[in-house]
Ligand binder design. Structure first.
Ligand SMILES: Nc1nc2c(c(=O)[nH]1)N[C@H]1C(S)=C(S)[C@@H](COP(=O)(O)O)O[C@H]1N2
Ligand SMILES: [Mo]
Length: 366
């Protein structure tokens, strides 16, 4: 479960998180702690593919940019702060494995519930400004991200993923040194991490040390085979796996979670109860959220707070009534502007259990 000192540090700093049994340090947020517009750092989930690297000497730390650029460069942290406009982006960070435990039959991978997601304020500089001074060559297609953390066997990088060049150059994609207006913590990638709103969490490299621009899709650790990839056609458990039929997950699908009431809560019978939560989408923008109390046969549109910024989650709410002695099941389902709705029963099964955006279902008792 990660090095003992890292587990202890996590328990001290993030006492409410649920540690996921694994050799690396991974912990998720209870859904009840996600009932806030901004997820506090002390409640924010942690995902590590390998070890947690020791703290760096920031004065000696450099970010190298190389590959398909006119002039490869290395930047110190102060230099980044001084040379480029500082921007703050509020955005959802969601692991592609969020809600994996709901796949039936179970898949490989950490058994995340719905708490491998959070929404934070990220402060730093636009990646496109930094790439701009290095000169992006026309053949640049993809980024490759590098960091010092190693797999637990120590034989390779823990993870090295990338972004399509369009995402890397999007104005909301930043190199961040602060989270919720505080200096980035070690567990969240100090001194610098990528923030790529809409893209899976795996592309948000922590402890960033190098970005290479490539003339093709990146081939770093966890970019290949079935890692962070979905089959182009739905697969059934036991089907033969041909990695050539898989594609990289580049955006996170529309999703919503009910943050109140809590699953299993006792409510006042006969009185209207507020059902509320958050909805977001990394693909087309969020369009609407609906709520059902009859297993998805009929849906009622929920109230949806206006979009304040493209990749911020949005509050939804609706009222339902639960009869005396009744167990009422409540479902929420978000739809994006391209008409893609969350699946009501099961998300398309895939061998590694990614992108499970099936409707959130809770029950309350009257
Ligand atoms: N260097 C490094 N960056 C990383 C990872 C990692 O293991 N090592 N995990 C990625 C994954 S899979 C996710 S979901 C997010 C989680 O970010 P957090 O731990 O700050 O919540 O970081 C990403 N960046
Ligand atoms: Mo992830």
């Amino acid at each position: 479960m990660g090095a003992d000192h890292d587990v202890e540090a996590l328990k001290r700093g993030k006492p409410d998180l649920r540690i996921i049994p694994d050799a690396a340090l991974n912990a998720e947020t209870p859904v009840s702690r996600l009932d806030a517009a901004i997820t506090p750092i002390e409640a924010f989930f942690v995902r590590n593919n390998g070890d947690v690297p020791p703290p760096v000497d920031v004065a000696a730390w450099r970010l190298t940019i190389d590959g398909c650029v006119v002039a490869p460069r290395a930047f110190g942290l102060d230099e980044l702060r001084r040379s480029f406009e500082t921007v703050t982006v509020t955005a959802v960070l969601e692991c592609a494995g969020n809600n994996r435990a709901a796949f039936d039959p179970p898949t490989d991978g950490l058994r995340w519930g719905r708490g491998a997601v959070g929404c934070a304020r990220w402060t730093g500089v636009r990646l496109r400004d930094v790439l701009g001074v290095c000169g992006v060559r026309p053949e640049a297609r993809y980024t490759g991200h590098h960091a010092p953390d190693r797999s637990l066997a120590g034989d390779k990088p823990a993870i090295s993923r990338g972004l399509p060049i369009e995402t890397a150059l999007a104005p909301e994609t930043i190199l961040a040194w602060a989270m919720n207006d505080a200096e980035l913590t070690r567990l969240h990638g100090a001194p610098l991490r990528i923030v790529a709103p809409g893209a899976p969490g795996s592309a948000w490299q922590k402890w960033l040390s190098r970005i290479e621009l490539r003339d093709r899709v990146h081939d770093g650790e966890k970019m290949n085979g079935t890692d962070y990839r979905l089959p182009r056609r739905p697969l059934r458990p036991g089907d033969p796996i041909d990695p050539a039929a898989f594609e990289v997950i580049e955006r996170m699908p529309v999703n919503a979670m009910i943050t109140r009431p809590a699953d299993g809560e006792r409510v006042t019978p006969g009185a209207p109860i507020e059902v509320a939560g958050y909805a977001w989408s990394g693909e087309a923008p969020l369009a609407s959220v609906a709520v059902s109390t009859d297993e998805g046969r009929t849906w009622r549109e929920a109230r949806l707070a206006p979009e304040v910024e493209r990749y911020v989650w949005r509050r939804f709410s609706a009222h339902v009534v639960c009869g005396p002695g009744e167990t009422l099941t409540i479902l929420a389902r978000a739809t994006d502007a391209a008409g893609r709705a969350q699946p009501v029963d099961q998300a398309p099964w895939n061998p590694r259990g990614y992108c499970n955006n099936a409707s959130h279902r809770i029950s309350v008792r009257g």
